[in-house]
Ligand binder design. Sequence first.
Ligand code: 13P
Length: 341
Amino acid sequence: MNLTELNKIATAMVAPGKGILAADESSGTIKKRFDAIGVESTEENRRDYREMLFRAKDAMSQYISGVILYDETIWQNAKDGTPLVKLIEQAGAIPGIKVDEGTQALPLCPGETVTVGLDKLAERLKKYYECGARFAKWRAVIDIGSGIPSMTAISVNAHALARYAALCQAAQIVPIVEPEVLMDGDHDIERCYEVTQRVLNKTFQELRVQRVALEGMVLKPNMAISGKKCPKQASVEEVAEKTIRLLKACVPAAVPGIAFLSGGQTDEEATAHLNAMHKLGPLPWGLTFSYGRALQAAPQKAWSGKPENVAAGQRAFSHRARMNGLASKGEWQSSLEQKAA
Ligand code: 13P
């Protein structure tokens, strides 16, 4: 393992003004997104859609540091035969790959899951590296509900995250470590804070036990935020203040960067929260976005599967990428959203 090189990549992934595009929806998830805009989820449509994003030069070269791909996409070529990975590299962004294989029911723990995909991961990582991937992602899912999460679910998921991260570093790939505490449910921000704290502490304990070099990884956490169905929704300032307090308490300064998931927040909420956190600086790590839905909802709608809408889709993507790029420096204002509308 060359830690200097891993650290260089991790640092580039969270460079000020830039963040990560999570375009790694599994076939099932992208079908759901396409259903919502009336587009059939064929291999060609998935390719055309992602090609549209990766060819959005403004967004990709100025605001996007890296792109997380799904296995299908990393091997795909654009319509003109150029590998999609090359389009990303040509725009100056770093290609990455989602390597977990989704969740399975966790035995003896009703309602909870464990993320799988460690078998053969070492061999798969080698092929992804050869194809150009310089970072990877593994998402663990922790749900909040009555009597959950159990310590069992937190523990097995943290263990798997650390196993994955160690395998990545051994393969010279920067691991994005993503323990996602879901914002579904009616819990308040305090409960989210408390559960996320337990999850992060256990995750870093496992990372240490398994000798993962913190300097060569990126953390992808949820924010401390109210459950979607909670009657009392915390303000932007409260989300920012609690999230920063939580991360300062749990994430060592050796970690070069933190890149949030959006998790079901609206586009503008996700931007406003990140922006507000930067108002609380200076911060010990790079802090940016690794959004899926909050970057793609607008371009998906604008595109709607029609070739004549490609430019409109790219404009919508560029706008969200720019807003989040500004938020990653604390330079976003809501008036910039209205101007674009
Ligand atoms: P969302 O931003 O849509 O939550 O997706 C990010 C991601 O990569 C989840 O694993």
